[in-house]
Design a protein around this ligand. Structure first.
Ligand SMILES: [Zn+2]
Ligand SMILES: [Zn+2]
Length: 235
């Protein structure tokens, strides 16, 4: 662990250290990679759930003003916007611009604009861009490591993907408790600092690296932290 190098993540402000075998990896820290992968999955699942939220139901607190319920429109046009198919955009337009102009940019339009951008940058003449959101998130997810290593604007991608999910989760977000990252402690198996305490109350810690997923029982984790701390202070 003494050969780690400190680099700054372009997505979050964290300094993170990279293991020697990851020298070639730049830009994005492991927790951000894991979070982006999760957010893409959330967007895919959320998009599938959106149609259930098209109709305005009773019980939306925000429509009650001064004790009167506003006459609702038959459906939620903001959800409708999100569900629209890919609309050609003249240039790659930022999420913020689109939000100002036309309500919400559709999920498919935003994802497709990044898929076109990645295709262009990768220069591998990848054909057959996916037409469905469920396939788009998989396409992007499969190339996420590449983007985190090499895409010059991966910070912009992260901010748009996070922005999109924060819009979507107003409708479909089930606030599932997320694991809390354990900062600065490397996984004993994969050596990445991707450990997180599970939100299930068990106190267990799990490596969030999808290729590892080692689980530490609470006491086992405490012993591991002591070992790491001893190794660090002992040089
Ligand atoms: Zn980061
Ligand atoms: Zn691990």
């Amino acid at each position: 662990m003494t050969d780690h190098v400190e680099v700054r993540c372009v997505v979050c402000p964290q300094l993170h250290s990279r293991a020697p075998r990851h020298y070639e990896r730049a830009q994005v820290c492991e927790p951000c990679r894991a979070r982006l992968a999760q957010t893409l999955t959330d967007i895919g699942r959320g998009h599938g759930d959106l149609p259930q939220h098209l109709e305005r139901g009773a019980g939306f607190g925000q429509y009650v003003r001064g004790g009167e319920v506003e006459a609702p429109l038959p459906f939620r046009e903001d959800v409708w916007d999100l569900l629209l198919p890919v609309r050609p955009t003249p240039n790659v337009v930022g999420l913020d611009d689109l939000l100002c102009q036309i309500g919400h940019v559709s999920v498919a339009t935003l994802l497709d604009s990044w898929i076109r951008d990645w295709c262009h940058l990768r220069g591998k003449s990848e054909r057959g861009r996916p037409g469905y959101v469920s396939a788009m998130v998989v396409w992007l997810g499969n190339r996420l490591e590449w983007a985190c290593d090499h895409h010059p604007a991966v910070d912009e991608f992260a901010s748009e993907i996070n922005g999109l999910w924060s819009v979507m989760r107003r409708y479909v977000g089930v606030d599932e408790p997320r694991p809390t990252p354990c900062r600065g402690v490397p996984c004993r198996r994969c050596d990445l600092k991707t450990l997180a305490r599970l939100a299930d109350g068990s106190g267990d810690v799990e490596c969030q690296n999808a290729a590892c997923r080692t689980v530490y029982r609470a006491d086992e984790y405490t012993r591991w932290v002591r070992l790491v701390a001893a190794a660090v202070s002992g040089g």
